[in-house]
Design a protein around this ligand. Structure first.
Ligand SMILES: Nc1ncnc2c1ncn2[C@@H]1O[C@H](COP(=O)(O)OP(=O)(O)OP(=O)(O)O)[C@@H](O)[C@H]1O
Ligand SMILES: [Mg+2]
Length: 464
């Protein structure tokens, strides 16, 4: 289809040139012949051939004119196609019934079909939210040359869909309405918006969590203190205990035997232990959500790793999302891990993301009998710094995806489950903020290992 050269103009030009030639032929040919050939018999004979000559010459002229215009049309069609194919956004041209009559390369590429396949489709085949009736109504409602902007979804050949912002323009050609649509892929924009909302939510949640953690600290201290006191007052033979027991005429040994038989001493020990764990989580939460300035400080990386594990495990246990309790965790820390200067909350964020990724990956794997999910956390001193490893025996990362995992927005998780930002932010934190390095290695089907190298003193090279 060509919209740049109007066929009626071509026909007019060819007819005009043909008429002009005919006019001069009639006007001049007899005069020229009479002037050149004086012999009447020969003149008569040539007159007969002149008719044939006229037909031959006009046929040649018409051929040349049509061929020239044909080439022009071809050139203009090539320019139109080049123009369309060089536009990065998918473009569709459809008729009033919704049948697709033209597309550009970007459209074919984005949808995963060949051009030939798409030209057999109607708009409803690629836009699942549109049907033919609605399409006709939209076309009928829209006046010529009016522009419409709306959001929709397009479906790829593999069945997945992606959000698009469509700008359509309706125009008439030879009494028929056509719709030209540019369908921009807005996956990135939609994700960014979702992320902003999520970020806002996390921000307020972070504040709330810090507030709650703070509030929980006091009653927790009361519970822990009271439990400790109860244990001391029941189980120890302090002079005061003995004195008051005597005052009450109470046999302490018998009472202790009763408490032991009823498992009460054990219960008190469990309350102490659970309280201790709760206060550890609360203090990790307070550390993490602490919104202080981004400050370099000397950190005990082993402690930071433990805290990150603690926080991630309580988060995952709470969500029950990745069967965290079934994971066998092993820690191999060098005896005296070098202190590292780093921004505490950021390194914690990186470690939490790695541990969460590992446990989410392992939850996806079906383990054979005798094998189970396993998470290895290692910290080693190395020349001039510390090496941290987070390794799991999950499904691993296929070779062709290894490079992609650090790209922003790359995720293999379902929509709404992963943003694909965790590793890219972690990479940024390690390489840019701490001038360290972060790498991944994996054997497909057997697991993945993330390795972080932090310089001993990242302070000098880091702009804080
Ligand atoms: N330990 C791992 N084992 C297998 N695949 C992994 C592992 N860690 C990351 N990946 C892959 O890398 C992708 C990107 O990870 P990243 O942390 O950047 O985003 P995400 O986990 O998908 O989303 P979010 O971090 O927002 O929850 C994951 O979707 C997953 O496919
Ligand atoms: Mg992640």
């Amino acid at each position: 289809m060509n919209f740049s050269i109007r066929p009626s103009t071509i026909a007019l030009k060819i007819s005009a040139k043909y008429a002009l030639f005919g006019f001069f032929w009639i006007l001049l040919s007899d005069r020229l012949l009479n002037f050149l050939v004086r012999d009447p018999a020969l003149n008569q004979q040539i007159q007969t051939y002149k008719g044939w000559l006229y037909v031959l010459i006009t046929a040649a002229i018409i051929y040349i004119l049509v061929d020239r215009y044909d080439r022009n049309v071809q050139k203009s069609q090539n320019a139109y196609r080049r123009l369309l194919d060089n536009i990065a956004d998918p473009i569709y041209l459809a008729d009033s019934t919704g049948r697709i009559i033209d597309i550009n390369e970007a459209a074919a590429e984005r949808l995963g079909y060949s051009r030939k396949e798409i030209l057999k489709f109607a708009i409803s085949d690629i836009a699942p939210d549109t049907n033919e009736i609605e399409w006709r109504k939209t076309i009928a409602r829209t006046a010529s040359d009016q522009r419409l902007i709306f959001e929709s979804r397009h479906r790829r050949k593999d069945g997945t869909t992606y959000p698009v912002e469509v700008v359509t323009c309706i125009f008439e050609e030879n009494g028929q309405k056509f719709c030209l649509g540019v369908a921009r892929d807005i996956t990135q924009r939609t994700r960014t918006l979702e992320l902003m909302v999520q970020h806002e939510k996390m921000n307020s949640l972070g504040g709330m969590a810090a507030g709650i953690a703070h509030e929980i600290n006091n009653p927790l201290a009361v519970i822990m203190g009271a439990t400790q006191n109860m244990r001391n007052r029941i189980l120890s033979d302090s002079p005061k205990n003995l004195h008051i027991a005597q005052e009450c005429d109470l046999d302490l040994d018998k009472m202790r035997e009763y408490l032991r038989k009823r498992d009460i001493a054990n219960m008190l020990a469990k309350i102490s232990e659970a309280g201790g764990r709760a206060s550890q989580i609360v203090s990790s939460m307070l550390n993490f959500s602490h919104n202080g300035p981004r400050k370099m400080q000397t950190c005990n990386i082993a402690k930071l790793m433990d805290e990150s594990l603690e926080l991630t495990s309580s988060d995952l246990r709470f969500r029950n999302s990745s069967r965290f309790t079934q994971i066998q965790i092993s820690k191999e820390y060098d005896n005296a891990v070098l202190p590292v200067r780093c921004i505490r909350s950021e390194i914690q964020q990186v470690l939490m993301n790695l541990i969460r990724n590992a446990s989410e990956a392992m939850a996806e794997k079906e383990y054979t009998a005798g094998e189970g999910p396993r998470l290895d956390l290692r910290i080693k001193n190395s020349r001039g710094g510390v090496v941290l490893e987070v390794e799991n025996n999950g499904p691993g990362i296929p070779r062709n995806r290894l490079k992609k995992v650090f790209e922003p927005f790359y995720t293999s998780k379902e929509v709404g489950k992963g943003t694909g930002l965790g590793l890219s932010i972690s990479y940024f934190i390690i390489t840019e903020q701490h001038k360290g390095s972060m790498t991944v290695s994996s054997t497909d089907g057997k697991g993945a290992k993330f390795t972080i190298r932090l310089p001993e003193d990242s302070c000098e090279c880091c702009d804080v």
